[in-house]
Write a protein that binds this ligand. Sequence first.
Ligand SMILES: NC(=O)c1ccc[n+]([C@@H]2O[C@H](COP(=O)([O-])OP(=O)(O)OC[C@H]3O[C@@H](n4cnc5c(N)ncnc54)[C@H](OP(=O)(O)O)[C@@H]3O)[C@@H](O)[C@H]2O)c1
Length: 240
Amino acid sequence: MNTSNEDTSNEDTSNEDTSKEAGLGIAIVGAGSVGRALGRGFAGAGHRVTYGVRDPGDPRHAALRDGGAGVASVADATAPADVVVLAVPADAVAAAIASMSLRAGSVLVDATNAVRTPVPDGHDTMGAFVAALVPGGVHVVKAFDTIGAEYLDGHRSAPPQPGAGSPFLPIAGDEAGLVVVERLATELGFDVAVLGDRTAFRIVEDHARLWIHLAFARGWGRSFHFEARRLEARHGVSPA
Ligand SMILES: NC(=O)c1ccc[n+]([C@@H]2O[C@H](COP(=O)([O-])OP(=O)(O)OC[C@H]3O[C@@H](n4cnc5c(N)ncnc54)[C@H](OP(=O)(O)O)[C@@H]3O)[C@@H](O)[C@H]2O)c1
């Protein structure tokens, strides 16, 4: 496996159609709270979802199949995918990526957070750790980690609450991947803010820490999201 953490997207032309309007093939590695919510949302938006799991024969996964998704080994799910979503605990990231079969030109979406475990030594962020583990030519994007899992399914489980606006979703990473992930997140109803390239992973992860801090350390609970409200420019006040 090439472990270069450079975005070598310009060298790859094998899968450059991932931003077309047709449904995408999406592999979700980690069929937990985040993975299942995103899977429901993406399938509801017309994409083909396959879960990559450690034991495809485990009866726990029957409900995923009943819902219309595929269930396969991590290698088989990821090999043909346009988009791979990484939704495993931080301490399982290295093992999960090692079991993937990633194509140059595909998009790897990192939804992980370092919760109850530190970011591995030598890396500033989980996003940087993930990027160091995936082959060159895979477009890495940090997304879907800044809000509770229950808000990630595009309101397939619960309708929007009266008066609620679109939840704010910051994303960062490689340009070719950002185009794809911005589309997917917008389909799920998010107000997407593209923060920049891989150097902005930290800002996304800090935003996740803010949500987690308010939810658990400050007693807000899980029932909130951030919204960005764009205002009219104020007369006579110049931006800094
Ligand atoms: N929960 C949230 O509200 C939330 C929101 C945003 C981001 N996140 C982040 O998203 C990630 C997933 O969170 P979660 O709440 O969805 O966790 P979860 O419910 O505990 O699910 C984790 C899933 O990962 C699977 N898994 C573990 N190692 C694997 C491997 N090597 N290959 C394939 N699958 C593997 C587990 O499978 P088994 O059941 O077989 O162990 C489980 O299905 C975490 O990094 C978390 O910090 C969570």
